[in-house]
Design a protein around this ligand. Structure first.
Ligand code: ATP
Ligand code: MG
Ligand code: MG
Ligand code: MG
Length: 474
């Protein structure tokens, strides 16, 4: 039953190709068609206009292994990394899509067929959810697939519920939307957590592996839900979660890809305890950072570049915590290229650029990291209570290059939070002072300003000195 991550990826694409789906390449992490989106965070992103009927393709069924980043915007899993067994900043989403072609019945049968026939997962370890009033999906699971009614869980849209599950998907406030059906895997009672729809669902016992979205309605501005003339299907399954199952491990961080990355990180830094949480964080972060640079994002003080900078600096801080006394982060790139195989085509072609960019950022931050951490340690030692003041967090940001979430990451390890309101106020003060002095406060704009109007087309050495910059065209 063991399958490598690479084998899971090809089995998935082959299965759906066999069922009439066009295999489409993963799109960039920088969405080319959606200025409202920070990073590509789902397989359906590149097909948004196809679902909306504004873009026609030569196929009505597609399948992809889409690289995704969830480290900001609506989906932000950055703070879950190191704390759950199932979340990454970067992951690959396996998906199959129907553009007005098949609907609920086939979508459910395909998913079940892949899990129980191709991967041969034991049926009794799987449980499914449907949207609260989606009797159609309920009946397909119950009558056609044969799942006992008590194992099909009805989930609402999370309005006022004490738990996080949400089985109603929408693209935006208006437009295509519809109910979801999700498949979960039970990793066993020795792990804390409850079935979906219970207050304990956020534990890591029942892990969500596959989300199947039935795009069925077109929500109007006045809230009316008109049925779509040609309903569609969008699904997403995290490859790391299904690989964990296929490799007989509980945590995503124990699969082949992560084992190799973690071992390499430990070797470079000289760590013997392979269980150290910081190793997991670094192994996670090298994936998002390297793939983001390969897709045209460079560390900077705003928008996407600032999200990247924050992730790199968090990784560097974790390395420091493990005792790294030299640059280490960029040295993981060759191993990453190797373990990601087919998924690293673009990364491989730009490996040099990626290594240089990560190295430069690491070196720059290394100059202030130690002193900043010294100041933070001092402040925490003197702290009364459980909240670090915004002034200190701002000083670390302003003078030592500590993004506030990095300070929060350090504090969280000691059960302390950061006064982010105070931080924002200190930032605003600074901005006013700069303005009063007739300067520009642009460096302090850490908000979302994306490069979405322009299109990344590669890197160039514009200085002739090996200093590369990303090239965008409008
Ligand atoms: P969760 O509830 O576990 O946070 P989700 O409901 O946010 O997951 P979806 O938006 O439904 O996830 O995405 C589809 C699939 O992508 C999930 O079922 C899961 O397998 C995978 N996935 C989502 N977020 C992550 C992540 N941060 N890291 C790894 N895989 C993920
Ligand atoms: Mg989530
Ligand atoms: Mg979920
Ligand atoms: Mg989900």
């Amino acid at each position: 039953m063991y399958k490598t991550t690479a084998a899971v990826r090809s089995a998935f694409l082959e299965y759906f190709s066999k069922h009439g789906h066009q295999i489409v390449d993963s799109s960039s992490l920088v969405p080319g068609n959606d200025p409202t989106l920070l990073f590509t965070n789902a397989g359906m992103n590149q097909f948004k206009d196809v679902f909306l009927g504004m873009d026609k393709r030569s196929y009505s069924r597609a399948t992809t292994a889409q690289r995704c980043v969830r480290a900001g915007g609506k989906h932000n899993d950055l703070d879950n990394v190191g704390y759950t067994a199932r979340h990454h900043t970067f992951f690959e989403m396996l998906g199959n899509f129907s553009f007005g072609d098949y609907f609920k019945e086939d979508a459910i049968k395909f998913a079940w067929g892949f899990l129980t026939e191709v991967l041969q997962l034991p049926k009794e370890k799987l449980c499914v959810t449907v949207y609260q009033n989606d009797d159609e999906a309920f009946d397909i699971w119950n009558k056609q697939i044969g799942i006992p009614a008590e194992d099909i869980i009805r989930i609402g849209d999370n309005k006022g519920a004490p738990y996080a599950s949400d089985n109603f998907w929408q693209m935006g406030d208006t437009g295509p939307c519809g109910p979801c059906s999700e498949i979960f895997y039970d990793h066993g009672e020795h792990i804390w957590g409850g079935r979906p729809g219970t207050p304990e669902e956020d534990g890591d016992r029942f892990i969500e592996i596959w989300n199947i979205v039935f795009m069925q309605f077109n929500r109007q501005a006045d809230g009316e839900m008109l049925p779509l003339p040609k309903p569609s299907v969008d699904t997403g399954m995290g490859i790391e979660r299904i690989s964990a199952i296929m490799q007989g491990v509980h945590s995503n961080y124990e699969i082949d890809v992560f084992k190799t990355l973690i071992a390499k990180t430990a070797e470079i830094i000289g760590v013997t305890d392979l269980e150290a949480k910081s190793l997991r964080v670094i192994a996670d972060h090298i994936r998002s950072c390297a793939f983001l640079v390969a897709d045209g994002v460079m560390p900077s003080n705003e928008g996407r570049g600032y999200v990247l900078r924050r992730i790199i600096r968090r990784a560097v801080r974790h390395g420091y915590k493990l005792g790294a006394n030299d640059t280490f982060f960029y040295k993981l790139v060759p191993t990453l290229v190797e373990v990601m195989g087919d998924a690293a085509k673009e990364l491989k072609a730009l490996q040099n650029v990626v290594e240089k960019a990560l190295k430069a950022e690491e070196e720059q931050f290394a100059r202030t990291l130690e002193r900043g951490l010294g100041i933070l340690d001092g402040a925490l030692a003197e702290l009364e209570g459980k909240v670090l003041d915004g002034e200190t967090a701002f000083k670390l940001y302003d003078t030592y290059g500590f993004p506030v979430d990095l300070t929060a990451d350090v504090c969280r390890e000691r059960d302390i939070t950061v006064d982010e309101v105070g931080f924002d106020a200190a930032m605003e003060e600074q901005r006013k002072r700069a303005q009063a002095a007739g300067q520009f406060g642009a460096d302090y704009n850490a908000g979302l300003k994306t490069d979405a109007d322009s299109h990344f087309c590669g890197y160039q050495d514009t200085t002739g000195e090996g200093k590369v910059v990303a090239i965008f065209v409008d």
